[in-house]
Design a protein around this ligand. Sequence first.
Ligand code: MUC
Ligand code: MG
Length: 372
Amino acid sequence: MQATVVEVATHILDIPTIRPHKLSVAVMEHQSMVLVRIKTSDGIEGIGEATTIGGLNYGAESPESIKVNIDNYIAPLLIGQPAYNPGMLALRVAKAVKSNHFAKSAVETALYDALGKRLGVPVAALLGGAVRKELEVAWTLASGDTHKDIAEAQEMLDTRRHNIFKLKVGLRPFKEDLRHIAAIKKAVGDDVSVRIDVNQGWSECQALRALRPLADAGVDLVEQPIHEKNHAGLGRLSGLGILPIMADEALKGREDGFALAAARGADVFAIKIEQAGGLRGAQDLMGIAQAADIALYGGTMLEGPVSTMAAAHLFSTVGRLEWGTELFGPLLMKDDILAEPLDYSDFTLKLPQGPGLGIVLDEDKVRHYARG
Ligand code: MUC
Ligand code: MG
């Protein structure tokens, strides 16, 4: 008899961050993740995760809305259905539930994890097969203090953990941000890539004036400088040819990707499985980018280890991941909820070889951080 889905459980976990993480949209002192656990009638459990930034500061889904919408709208669509057909289940959910990309991504991840465990293969194999065993991982410097950020960068370089840095800007006047960026770039040197993420913090006019000084300061890449809906503006900034422009918040699924690619609104796509509505949505987005010769970057919502590893499996299948990834979310958290920590070494994240996502939760830690 075919195995069916028998349980879909969700829990919100709140884990403190190692330091305040300052973005133009939020200051994070902790990260909240929704863990999704899907049990099948043959005794397998798949795990997924949905994690956003700063409650509703970043996007339209909050940890609480994700949990409530999975519990009340998505779980009932899955219970009793064949467990090992993530594509069919995704269609079933898509038909009945609009948007809610983060919630859908967590559920899809859990279904792929269960399928991988059932078949004894890594999730990457279910997505076409890994073409690499490790991924480059950038670190985000966002303490808000130049000296602290330089010391942090130096430590990352010395311990060979990260040699690509993203700086969060757009909260302070540009002159202050520029001083901060230039000082960090000067300290880390020519061989280290420094990129900035504005999280939509500037008007197009501000961005227009910023690009040249940023290029002069040695910045390599500018992420989502202006409002996500201003595709034409992103295209105009990219068309100046001063610095590559990366779209992030502008990419909330295939349709956005297609519109942006058609308008040549970006040089690079930051691919986030949650924003894209899941692994398959992200895969489609990458196909659109590749067809338009738009470069790829593996983005994060500062996810915990479950969604980070799901994204890692997907990115391991990509032939050309020109700008690497920023799958460092678990390292920003004070504690690890895995029985075996992820392997970050030699400036990369290693892909585990076990079935499914290849990770095991530390149940005591999960209980400890679970809300309520
Ligand atoms: C974002 O906007 O890219 C990624 C790294 C980080 O510090 O914040 C995230 C979200
Ligand atoms: Mg971003």
